[in-house]
Design a protein around this ligand. Structure first.
Ligand SMILES: NC(=O)c1ccc[n+]([C@@H]2O[C@H](COP(=O)([O-])OP(=O)(O)OC[C@H]3O[C@@H](n4cnc5c(N)ncnc54)[C@H](OP(=O)(O)O)[C@@H]3O)[C@@H](O)[C@H]2O)c1
Length: 343
């Protein structure tokens, strides 16, 4: 049997390449490259393999992935600790952020068209591959002004920020919000979305990221390694917390009565909420094509831009996961999966 050229090309890549007998044997079915985990664990369990290309169901589209973003959710899923909550099972292909081109559509798909450039968030991941299947409500038209590699940095981070600030806090012009981790994947979008809504933004990050907070539009940048945020933020309308623990515990006291503390990582403390007569919310992001369309509008209007600080090849998936686990990523890391199509 002839070994496909793409498999031979893989032999020079840095992630261990596993060629399963079944993969080579299934020569009638189209194959693709994918980063796969056959067991839960550390980033090192990921292998770059040839696997069978997925086929879209009647309510799905098949997307040829050009780039896929990296999120702290990827190593979390890979750990297996939250398999029930994330709805994941083995073998697992990470990748919650995608930008690509619709390759084909199922019979019941009405909005998406073959050849259309899309970006989005497949609910169960799978983006670190040449192809992924998506539901219509998981993707929207890619912002035309962004390269695919930039668009892939947007979905999960921007959706989380949007759903917290717009849907939950209903942030209004003139209100003040404290955004912890303003330089990170979620925070960098939250700062820009809050500014676009006319809010005043106090954002925190470490010393190295103070410049980024200002560049994103924060009115006040707080270096949490030098200054206690409570000394700067007082009586704010809302707090967005992607950090948890002590940062969350100290946040209740800076919110005015009737304000809200939103955490991405913990359930807010009920006793604190009640005592201070504030609201609390644990944010849980979900894919939403309408939200993605709104976010694309803000991008096209020049109000939001993704901060892509590193672009890695698919073969560097292990490195990408390790970086995501540090919780100190500046902006976003993106995996490039295919060449940027010529427009
Ligand atoms: N619940 C949900 O639906 C949901 C959705 C998305 C993400 N998340 C979770 O939210 C968290 C953040 O996600 P992300 O994508 O933004 O992560 P990220 O890209 O790793 O960013 C983390 C940010 O936190 C900052 N940071 C770290 N320690 C800090 C501290 N003590 N005080 C203030 N800032 C601090 C870092 O800035 P420096 O490097 O300058 O320290 C960095 O900017 C992750 O745990 C992720 O799993 C939850």
């Amino acid at each position: 049997m002839r070994v496909p050229r793409s498999i031979l090309q893989l032999l020079s890549l840095t992630v261990p390449v596993v060629l399963s007998v079944s993969a080579i044997g299934a020569d009638e079915k189209p194959m693709m490259r994918a980063v796969v985990a056959h067991e839960y664990g550390a980033p090192e369990v990921l292998k770059l393999e040839q696997v069978q290309r997925p086929e879209p169901n009647e309510d799905e589209a098949l997307v040829r992935v050009i780039a896929s973003g990296v999120n702290p959710a990827d190593p979390l899923t890979l750990s297996g600790k939250y398999a029930k909550e994330f709805g994941t099972h083995l073998p697992l292909i990470p990748g919650y952020d995608i930008a690509g081109i619709v390759e084909k559509t199922g019979a019941n798909v009405t909005r998406l068209k073959t050849g259309e450039a899309v970006y989005g968030y497949p609910t169960f991941g799978g983006g670190w591959a040449d192809y992924v299947t998506v539901k219509e409500w998981e993707v929207a038209g890619k912002p035309a002004s962004l390269k695919f590699v930039e668009a892939a940095a947007v979905p999960m981070g921007a959706l989380t920020a949007w759903q917290a600030l717009v849907d939950v806090a209903k942030l209004q012009p003139g209100q003040t919000i404290l955004i912890h981790g303003g330089s990170g994947g979620v925070g960098s979008f939250a700062v820009q979305i809050a500014k676009a809504r006319g809010a005043r933004v106090i954002a925190t990050a470490s010393t190295a990221n103070q410049d980024l907070l200002k560049q994103l539009g924060a009115d006040v940048a707080v270096d949490y390694t030098k200054t206690r945020f409570e000394d700067v933020a007082k009586g704010v309308d809302a707090v967005l917390d992607p950090v948890g623990k002590e940062t969350l515990a100290r946040s209740y006291g800076v919110v005015k009565k009737g304000g809200i503390v939103m955490s991405l990582v913990e359930l807010p403390d009920r006793a604190e909420i009640k005592k201070r007569e504030i609201h609390g919310a644990a944010i849980s992001v979900h894919p939403d094509a309408n939200d993605l369309t709104e976010i694309a509008r803000l991008i096209e209007g020049g109000k939001i831009k993704p901060i892509v600080t590193q672009v890695l090849p698919l073969s560097d998936a292990v490195t990408a996961q390790q970086q995501a686990m540090t919780h100190h990523t500046r902006g976003k890391i993106v995996l490039r999966i295919a060449d940027e199509p010529k427009s």
